[in-house]
Design a protein around this ligand. Structure first.
Ligand code: HEM
Length: 147
Protein backbone atom coordinates (compact mmCIF):
# COMPACT_ATOMS: atom_id res chain seq x y z
CA UNK A 1 0.00 0.00 0.00
CA UNK A 2 3.06 2.30 0.29
CA UNK A 3 2.70 5.31 -1.98
CA UNK A 4 -1.03 4.68 -2.56
CA UNK A 5 -1.91 8.35 -2.01
CA UNK A 6 -0.02 9.42 -5.12
CA UNK A 7 -0.46 13.15 -5.81
CA UNK A 8 -2.94 13.44 -2.92
CA UNK A 9 -0.12 12.82 -0.40
CA UNK A 10 0.73 16.49 0.18
CA UNK A 11 -2.97 17.46 0.40
CA UNK A 12 -3.53 14.77 3.05
CA UNK A 13 -0.46 15.98 4.95
CA UNK A 14 -1.62 19.61 4.78
CA UNK A 15 -5.07 18.64 6.10
CA UNK A 16 -3.40 16.53 8.80
CA UNK A 17 -1.41 19.54 10.04
CA UNK A 18 -4.52 21.80 9.91
CA UNK A 19 -6.56 19.48 12.16
CA UNK A 20 -3.56 18.90 14.44
CA UNK A 21 -3.45 22.69 14.99
CA UNK A 22 -7.20 22.83 15.83
CA UNK A 23 -6.75 19.86 18.19
CA UNK A 24 -3.78 21.47 19.95
CA UNK A 25 -5.73 24.73 20.29
CA UNK A 26 -8.44 22.82 22.15
CA UNK A 27 -5.89 21.05 24.39
CA UNK A 28 -4.47 24.46 25.34
CA UNK A 29 -7.85 26.17 25.89
CA UNK A 30 -9.68 23.51 27.97
CA UNK A 31 -7.38 23.49 31.05
CA UNK A 32 -7.49 27.31 30.98
CA UNK A 33 -11.31 27.19 30.98
CA UNK A 34 -11.19 24.83 33.99
CA UNK A 35 -8.80 27.17 35.84
CA UNK A 36 -11.30 30.06 35.50
CA UNK A 37 -14.32 27.79 36.12
CA UNK A 38 -13.03 26.64 39.52
CA UNK A 39 -13.55 30.20 40.82
CA UNK A 40 -17.35 30.03 40.44
CA UNK A 41 -19.80 28.29 42.80
CA UNK A 42 -21.64 25.24 41.47
CA UNK A 43 -25.14 26.07 40.12
CA UNK A 44 -24.29 29.79 39.74
CA UNK A 45 -25.03 31.57 36.42
CA UNK A 46 -21.29 31.71 35.67
CA UNK A 47 -21.09 27.94 36.38
CA UNK A 48 -23.75 27.34 33.70
CA UNK A 49 -21.89 29.57 31.22
CA UNK A 50 -18.56 27.78 31.74
CA UNK A 51 -20.23 24.35 31.36
CA UNK A 52 -21.70 25.56 28.04
CA UNK A 53 -18.31 26.85 26.84
CA UNK A 54 -16.49 23.62 27.78
CA UNK A 55 -19.14 21.40 26.19
CA UNK A 56 -19.01 23.39 22.92
CA UNK A 57 -15.19 23.37 22.84
CA UNK A 58 -15.18 19.62 23.34
CA UNK A 59 -17.95 18.74 20.89
CA UNK A 60 -17.36 21.31 18.13
CA UNK A 61 -13.53 21.57 18.10
CA UNK A 62 -11.57 19.07 20.21
CA UNK A 63 -13.30 15.74 19.39
CA UNK A 64 -13.75 16.27 15.60
CA UNK A 65 -10.21 17.71 15.23
CA UNK A 66 -8.63 14.79 17.13
CA UNK A 67 -10.49 12.22 15.07
CA UNK A 68 -9.56 13.88 11.76
CA UNK A 69 -5.90 14.29 12.85
CA UNK A 70 -5.87 10.53 13.60
CA UNK A 71 -7.64 9.45 10.39
CA UNK A 72 -5.44 11.62 8.15
CA UNK A 73 -2.32 10.64 10.17
CA UNK A 74 -3.05 6.92 9.78
CA UNK A 75 -3.64 7.45 6.04
CA UNK A 76 -0.12 8.93 5.97
CA UNK A 77 1.29 5.99 8.00
CA UNK A 78 -0.06 3.53 5.39
CA UNK A 79 1.39 5.74 2.62
CA UNK A 80 4.94 5.99 4.03
CA UNK A 81 4.91 2.58 5.76
CA UNK A 82 5.45 1.71 9.46
CA UNK A 83 9.11 1.05 8.63
CA UNK A 84 9.67 4.75 7.97
CA UNK A 85 11.87 5.03 11.02
CA UNK A 86 12.16 5.20 14.82
CA UNK A 87 10.92 8.80 14.66
CA UNK A 88 7.47 7.57 13.54
CA UNK A 89 7.19 4.93 16.31
CA UNK A 90 8.25 7.46 18.97
CA UNK A 91 5.87 10.05 17.51
CA UNK A 92 2.96 7.60 17.59
CA UNK A 93 3.73 6.71 21.23
CA UNK A 94 3.69 10.43 22.15
CA UNK A 95 0.46 10.99 20.20
CA UNK A 96 -1.19 8.11 22.07
CA UNK A 97 -0.13 9.81 25.34
CA UNK A 98 -1.57 13.13 24.03
CA UNK A 99 -4.82 11.31 23.24
CA UNK A 100 -4.83 10.06 26.85
CA UNK A 101 -4.52 13.70 27.98
CA UNK A 102 -7.48 14.57 25.71
CA UNK A 103 -9.58 11.81 27.32
CA UNK A 104 -8.58 13.03 30.82
CA UNK A 105 -9.73 16.57 29.93
CA UNK A 106 -12.94 15.20 28.49
CA UNK A 107 -13.65 13.42 31.79
CA UNK A 108 -12.87 16.58 33.76
CA UNK A 109 -15.43 18.45 31.62
CA UNK A 110 -18.01 15.78 32.48
CA UNK A 111 -17.22 16.22 36.20
CA UNK A 112 -17.67 20.01 35.97
CA UNK A 113 -20.97 19.47 34.11
CA UNK A 114 -22.04 17.38 37.11
CA UNK A 115 -21.27 20.47 39.25
CA UNK A 116 -18.13 18.89 40.79
CA UNK A 117 -14.81 20.73 41.31
CA UNK A 118 -12.42 17.82 40.67
CA UNK A 119 -9.09 19.69 40.89
CA UNK A 120 -7.63 23.04 42.00
CA UNK A 121 -7.11 26.13 39.83
CA UNK A 122 -3.33 25.67 40.34
CA UNK A 123 -3.53 22.09 39.00
CA UNK A 124 -5.19 23.26 35.75
CA UNK A 125 -2.72 26.10 35.27
CA UNK A 126 0.07 23.55 35.64
CA UNK A 127 -1.25 20.99 33.13
CA UNK A 128 -1.98 23.84 30.70
CA UNK A 129 1.71 23.74 29.71
CA UNK A 130 1.80 20.00 28.97
CA UNK A 131 0.67 20.15 25.28
CA UNK A 132 3.55 22.56 24.53
CA UNK A 133 6.13 19.98 25.61
CA UNK A 134 4.52 17.31 23.42
CA UNK A 135 4.21 19.62 20.41
CA UNK A 136 7.89 20.61 20.51
CA UNK A 137 9.07 16.99 20.56
CA UNK A 138 6.46 15.68 18.04
CA UNK A 139 7.07 18.49 15.52
CA UNK A 140 10.85 17.87 15.61
CA UNK A 141 10.32 14.12 15.15
CA UNK A 142 7.85 14.63 12.26
CA UNK A 143 9.87 17.24 10.35
CA UNK A 144 13.55 16.46 11.15
CA UNK A 145 13.03 12.64 11.42
CA UNK A 146 16.27 12.40 13.52
CA UNK A 147 16.28 8.58 13.83
C1 HEM B 1 -3.03 11.70 15.74
C2 HEM B 1 -2.17 10.78 15.29
C3 HEM B 1 -1.06 11.12 14.32
C4 HEM B 1 -0.56 10.27 13.35
C5 HEM B 1 -1.03 8.84 13.08
C6 HEM B 1 0.46 11.01 12.60
C7 HEM B 1 1.20 10.49 11.52
C8 HEM B 1 1.91 11.30 10.64
C9 HEM B 1 2.58 10.82 9.45
C10 HEM B 1 2.65 9.37 9.02
C11 HEM B 1 3.11 11.90 8.81
C12 HEM B 1 3.83 11.92 7.44
C13 HEM B 1 5.28 12.09 7.60
C14 HEM B 1 5.91 12.27 6.22
O1 HEM B 1 5.23 12.27 5.27
O2 HEM B 1 7.12 12.45 6.14
C15 HEM B 1 2.81 13.05 9.62
C16 HEM B 1 3.23 14.33 9.31
C17 HEM B 1 3.24 15.33 10.24
N1 HEM B 1 2.68 15.29 11.49
FE1 HEM B 1 1.57 13.80 12.28
N2 HEM B 1 0.60 12.26 13.14
C18 HEM B 1 -0.31 12.36 14.22
C19 HEM B 1 -0.44 13.44 15.04
C20 HEM B 1 0.36 14.55 14.97
C21 HEM B 1 0.46 15.55 16.01
C22 HEM B 1 -0.30 15.52 17.33
C23 HEM B 1 1.36 16.49 15.57
C24 HEM B 1 1.85 17.75 16.22
C25 HEM B 1 1.69 18.07 17.45
C26 HEM B 1 1.78 16.09 14.23
C27 HEM B 1 2.64 16.82 13.42
C28 HEM B 1 2.98 16.47 12.13
C29 HEM B 1 3.76 17.32 11.22
C30 HEM B 1 4.29 18.73 11.52
C31 HEM B 1 3.90 16.61 10.01
C32 HEM B 1 4.61 17.05 8.71
C33 HEM B 1 6.00 16.49 8.70
C34 HEM B 1 6.72 16.79 7.38
O3 HEM B 1 6.13 16.79 6.36
O4 HEM B 1 7.90 16.99 7.37
N3 HEM B 1 1.17 14.91 13.90
N4 HEM B 1 2.08 12.67 10.73
Amino acid sequence: MEGYLGSAYLWVKALHIIFVIFWMAGLFMMPRFFAYHTNYAPNSDEDDRWIERETRLKKIIMNPAMMLAWILGLMLVVHIGMGAGGWLHTKLALVVALTGFHIFLSRQAKAFAARARPKSEKFYRLINELPAVFIIIIAILAVVKPF
